[in-house]
Design a protein around this ligand. Structure first.
Ligand SMILES: *Cc1c(COP(=O)(O)O)cnc(C)c1O
Length: 392
């Protein structure tokens, strides 16, 4: 029997059984359009309200501050463009970091083409944005700063409290992409004092195709989608109620089980790294040594290509990612590792292993066993290994 091991939870997760249970009746019993005024619509709308309450509660927001979207990508596009277009009379300078998700970076690039001045802040070798660097570039012309709470490739967690405080003290809008941090870190939008925050369901054991944008009450944001009056007239389009219900349940469970999940994935991750070091030489762990998400291990292997490792692991039924999962399929090098100053010859040699709630030690042992064989095989045929040996 062929084994299958999924070590790619930073790209997506399976749907939790309790989440699925709550979603099922919403497909064929409570299937009304939540915007309809008849009893079918009202029943769906009640479920939608409950889902909104649950997502709001998970980040200590008010339900009226949560807008459902089609996912993290839409929420990031909307947050950035919506806040900028609603405030473009106040200035034309906007700030982000070099290690953001593509849905943030590409949006900033588009605004740059439209004439906004963009600063892409650098990070240190651990992937941390330097607060002094940020303070240095803030000006009276700055209208928005968007920095992710935690990175999806290496797991590094930013000093998001301090960043937010600095930005808000100057009266500038602050948005954070918390897609990877949500469910791993305690997030309190009141404490953080952010103006907008992006969330997604399918990274926290909920269904795909649903996410949310938190927008602080009173903050002006221009619509991205126009049409009907859904989502407090801020995001037109019939809401995907089954998915929203699943997202709400997933958010509730994520907060309830946060400590247990974190302890479990961190233990597995640390066990994996220890075993890796015991069995394979010439490896480098990327990301902050302590200040990082518990479920991600980003590893570079001397002399051999990450894509080859990934494809060979796949033949053994093991799913991993070469850095940015969202851009796998193309072979673009990681802009995150580049910004962190990882040497060019190592950037392409990188694999991201990310662990799920149901990963087992036994699965990790299987992965290490296969990886040891694969790395040896690839290094034996690698022209780089040969050249280095000859030079010695
Ligand atoms: C996955 C991810 C997104 C995109 O979310 P989708 O719901 O897949 O569109 C955005 N930001 C980060 C950090 C992510 O990991």
């Amino acid at each position: 029997m062929e084994r299958k091991v999924f070590l790619d939870s930073a790209s997506t997760t399976y749907v939790n059984a309790e989440v699925l249970q709550e979603m099922l009746p919403v497909f064929d019993t409570v299937y009304g359009n939540a915007n309809s005024l008849h009893n079918f619509g009202r029943a769906a709308n009640e479920l939608l309200d409950k889902a909104r309450d649950r997502v709001a509660k998970a980040i200590n927001a008010k339900a009226s501050e949560i807008y459902f979207t089609s996912g993290g990508t839409e929420a990031n596009n909307w947050a950035i463009k919506g806040l900028v277009y609603a405030n473009n009379l106040k200035g034309n300078h906007i700030i982000t970091s070099q290690i953001e998700h593509d849905s943030v970076l590409e949006t900033f690039k588009e605004l740059e083409h439209e004439g906004f001045r963009v600063t892409y802040l650098p990070v240190d070798k651990n992937g941390i944005v330097n607060l002094a660097n940020l303070m240095h570039v803030l000006s009276s012309n700055t209208i928005l700063v968007s920095i992710m709470t935690a990175n999806n490739e290496v797991g590094t967690i930013q000093h998001i409290n301090a960043i937010s405080k600095t930005v808000k003290e100057k009266g500038i809008l602050f948005h954070t992409d918390a897609v990877q941090a949500f469910s791993n870190l305690k997030i309190d939008v009141k404490e953080l004092n952010v103006d907008a925050m992006t969330l997604s369901s399918h990274k926290i054991y909920g269904p795909k195709g649903i996410g949310a944008l938190y927008v602080k009450r009173g903050v002006k944001i221009k619509n991205l989608l126009i049409g009907g009056s859904q989502e407090f007239s801020k995001r037109a389009g019939t809401v995907n109620v089954p998915a929203a219900v699943g997202f709400g349940k997933a958010a509730e469970l994520a907060i309830r089980d946060m400590k247990a999940t974190n302890d479990k994935t961190k233990n597995l991750r640390d066990y994996f790294i220890r075993e890796l070091k015991n069995h394979i030489t010439g490896i480098h762990i990327n990301g902050h040594p302590i200040q990082r998400l518990p479920h991600i291990a980003n590893v570079s292997f001397d002399y051999i290509d990450g894509e080859s490792i990934m494809l060979m692991l796949d033949l053994d039924g093991i799913a991993v990612s070469t850095g940015a999962a969202c851009s796998s399929g193309d072979t673009k090098e990681s802009h995150v590792l580049r910004a962190m100053g990882v040497p060019t010859e190592l950037i392409k040699n990188t694999i991201r292993f990310s662990f799920t709630k149901r990963t087992t030690k036994e699965e990790i042992n299987y992965v290490i066993e296969k990886l040891e064989v694969i790395v040896k095989k690839l290094r034996d045929i690698s022209p780089l290994t040969k050249r280095i040996k000859k030079e010695r």
